[in-house]
Design a protein around this ligand. Structure first.
Ligand code: FMN
Length: 400
């Protein structure tokens, strides 16, 4: 019996990357997963069923009408056994069939009969991959709830350069384990992250803002998602792309950000306030474009009003068990100022950094100090995606 192990049904189709499926089997097995393989007839031209039988110590399913050792209705028993159906590599052909409910061989029929999560890893020549039909079919699969692990770009077996190479095997294994709920130290944790600048209108065409790029907040969101967290970003206007699988609430002003945060934060375990929220806003937005010669007084002196302090509000109202992390960009006395902020805002940690030395805003990396009630830790310069994981490690520690 295999009842204590999760079962991944690995579908192998007729692409050149089929040889990499052997490594996927090994990676999943190393993580304690039982792997059963189902292949298309065409896949057997690339790798033999014998190889997979030897690796998995299981019968390898190929023909729709082959005599399965245990069950004559093989596609149903295979589908029921699976905790997850992973198709890697998935040909353009098989993607098209599954997306459209075609069941003309054992693999596609099993996919249709399977109610377990489906993870699809496409691989093909760049033109096949990017063909409108394939793009539409991948979109359809995603719409039906499948997880698509997109192909990488690079040199392809056919000699072309472009997108189409099977995603990295380690990444496929990692995401599969995450989907199975076997890894991810932040699974069942919900995280709210604010990111980017806010913009504060002067009139319909002008506004006050700052240099925040959103890269830190978005890197944190991506890292938390990779670790299995349920992530929401409340984001000011940024040029960075939202990570896949993360819920984004776009806002413009500090007040909009405050309202979105106040609504979402009570349901979250962690709040990371990485946005550069404007402290002040023009008092009253003009309802028309201010004009030289007509509105000179209003243009020359912009009266300012205080914006809500989102970190302070959330810190003051945090519930038992919630962790609040704030950011402090300082030009001097970095740690002392961060510690003051930690106390004043009732935060659990302040990520402090030195601005004005070519670091922080808009850059690819940063050097930080993680200031908590127990002390401070210096984190030397590293790229923001790596830094995000260091910050999350510490945040998880604070959750206790
Ligand atoms: C050498 C070779 C490599 C191929 N590589 C791929 C590939 O990487 N991706 C793909 O979608 N089709 C590829 N094909 C085409 C498929 O094998 C073909 O579409 C076949 O019908 C797929 O069958 P299946 O989807 O039932 O496995 C390749 C064909 C050959 C001859």
């Amino acid at each position: 019996m295999h009842s204590d192990k999760k079962t991944v049904l690995l579908g192998v189709t007729g692409g050149i990357a089929a040889y990499k499926s052997c490594e996927i089997v090994r990676g999943l097995q190393k993580a304690g997963v039982r792997v059963k393989v189902v292949m298309t007839e065409n896949a057997t031209k690339f790798v033999t069923p014998l190889t997979f039988r030897a690796l998995t110590h299981e019968e390898v399913a190929v023909g729709m009408f082959d005599d399965a050792p245990s069950d004559p209705i093989h596609h149903i028993s295979l589908a029921e056994e699976a905790d997850l159906f992973l198709i890697a590599p998935a040909t353009v052909n098989v993607i098209a069939k599954i997306a459209n409910g075609i069941c003309d061989d054992l693999l596609t029929t099993t996919a249709c009969a399977c109610t377990a999560p489906l993870v699809v890893c496409p691989a093909a020549n760049v033109h096949m991959y990017e063909s409108p039909a394939n793009q539409r079919n991948m979109g359809l699969l995603a719409l039906h709830g499948a997880k698509i692990i997109e192909a990488d770009a690079g040199y392809l077996a056919c000699g072309d350069i472009g997108k189409g190479r099977l995603a990295d095997v380690d990444e496929i294994v990692r995401q599969t384990l995450l989907e199975l709920g076997l890894t991810g130290d932040m699974r069942s944790t919900s995280v709210l992250i604010t990111a980017g600048p806010t913009i504060e209108p002067i009139d319909p065409v002008r506004y006050i803002t700052n240099f925040s790029s959103g890269k830190t907040g978005y890197a944190l969101a991506k890292a938390a998602h990779e670790r299995g967290a349920d992530v929401t970003i409340v984001s000011g206007p940024v040029a960075v792309e939202a990570p896949e699988g993360v819920h984004v609430i776009p806002v413009r002003t500090a007040r909009e950000m405050r309202d979105a945060v106040a609504e979402a934060f009570p349901a979250c375990d962690i709040g990371i306030f990485a946005a550069a929220v404007a402290d002040l806003r023009p008092k009253g937005e003009a309802d028309h474009k201010l004009k030289k010669g007509i509105d000179d007084a209003a243009l020359q002196t912009i009266e300012l009003a205080q914006n809500p302090d989102i970190l302070a509000e959330m810190g003051a109202h945090k519930q038992e068990g919630q962790v609040v992390v704030g950011f402090a960009a300082e030009t001097n006395d970095v740690i002392a100022n961060a510690r003051k902020k930690l106390l004043a805002k009732h935060a659990d940690m302040i990520i402090a950094n030195h601005v004005g030395r070519g670091l922080a805003f808009g850059t690819e990396g940063n050097e930080i100090w993680m200031v908590t009630p127990d002390g401070e830790e210096h984190v030397p310069y590293m790229l923001k995606p790596e830094l995000a994981h260091v910050i999350l490690d510490k945040t998880i520690e604070l959750m206790g």
